[in-house]
Design a protein around this ligand. Structure first.
Ligand SMILES: Nc1ncnc2c1ncn2[C@@H]1O[C@H](COP(=O)(O)OP(=O)(O)OP(=O)(O)O)[C@@H](O)[C@H]1O
Length: 303
């Protein structure tokens, strides 16, 4: 199946620094694609290129198979975006702000009421926007991005600055969009927990480079458990196990081995005891997703 969005070596350089470095995103129809990375990794720069706010230094991308350079207008007509803070007229009401965009874009008036309902701003629609709370302003920004009911929705850290209830509301809304409106959503975040809760696919960016791309399940599959062994003499144990073709790694007073079957664990134990080494503990360790993320983004412990 043709992907909704495909980037080919998309690159943005500022002087000598590659803010985005030859990335190849692939986003399939109906996905919520979580674009994850620490602050400064290049998420906003990437998203801005995808909506034509900045020009790539190199590389191209296609949306529904059409190249951006040749089909800019068409692609933008199929895309909704909320990047950084939404812009609005503070002295006008939420509804009036949406009406302006609806008229400018030649959309049906019914879309205004519909998006107000979707983002749950119906009750506050006649209030001036400069009297809105931060969460209400963020929901108005989402309504602006959704007003054309686009096929592709691009959101840059949409829950930033919201309180827990507001965050949950926006998450629920994002999760429902593919099912309810057939949208494909690209959403950036610096929080693994957020992406874990809303995304079906994940791309992880670090220093401008895509270091992981795949389903959330395949990211979780990286969290294979390991066997940790504590002995009376880890150095000697390392030698003995290496002699058995195993490659134990010393970490925090434990030797870690790749996951193995129970009978192999028993064999490791027997081998060590036979060599006169006391086995103090054998534990199964699950690598948690957070650790994988930290390792991928270079902030973790690489030992
Ligand atoms: N206009 C610019 N001129 C020079 N450098 C820039 C410019 N815009 C971004 N950068 C640099 O590019 C890198 C990526 O920034 P970007 O804003 O895309 O990161 P991000 O992942 O969105 O992080 P954050 O969540 O903090 O916004 C950073 O090192 C940033 O300083």
């Amino acid at each position: 199946m043709q992907p909704v969005l495909l980037t080919d070596n998309l690159t943005k350089r500022y002087g000598n620094i590659a803010a985005v470095d030859r990335i190849r995103l692939r986003i399939e129809e109906g996905e919520v694609y979580g674009f994850l990375g620490p602050n400064g990794a290049g998420k906003t720069t990437t998203l801005k290129m995808l909506v034509g706010l900045i020009q790539p230094t190199e590389g191209t991308f296609t949306v529904f198979g059409r190249t951006f350079a040749q089909h800019r207008r068409w692609i933008l007509s199929q895309t909704g975006a909320l990047i950084e803070s939404p812009s609005y007229y503070g002295h006008l009401t939420g509804r009036e702000n949406l009406r302006i965009i609806q008229r400018l874009r030649g959309l049906p008036e019914g879309n205004v009421s519909e998006v107000l309902r979707v983002v749950r701003l119906e009750k506050q629609q006649h209030k001036r926007v400069d009297q809105y709370s931060l969460g209400m302003k963020q929901r108005l920004g989402l309504a602006m991005a959704l007003i054309s009911f686009p096929k592709l929705l691009i959101l840059d850290e949409p829950t930033n600055g919201l309180d827990p209830a507001g965050i949950e509301e926006i998450r629920e809304l994002i999760r429902s969009l593919p099912r309810q409106y057939g949208m494909t959503v690209l959403v950036s975040s610096h929080l693994l927990s957020e992406v874990e809760q809303i995304a079906t696919s994940v791309g992880i960016i670090r220093d401008g480079r895509l270091v992981f791309q795949g389903s959330l399940d395949s990211l979780k599959a990286k969290s294979d458990p390991a066997i940790a062994v504590k002995t009376t003499d880890n150095l000697a144990a390392e030698w003995v196990l290496a002699g058995q073709g195993l490659k134990p790694k010393e970490r925090g007073g434990y030797l870690t081995l790749p996951d193995m079957e129970d009978r192999q664990v028993a064999e490791v134990n027997r081998t060590l005891v036979r060599a006169g080494i006391g086995v103090i503990r054998i534990e199964e360790r699950k690598k948690i997703l957070e650790r994988i993320f930290l390792e991928l983004t270079g902030k973790g412990d690489h030992r």
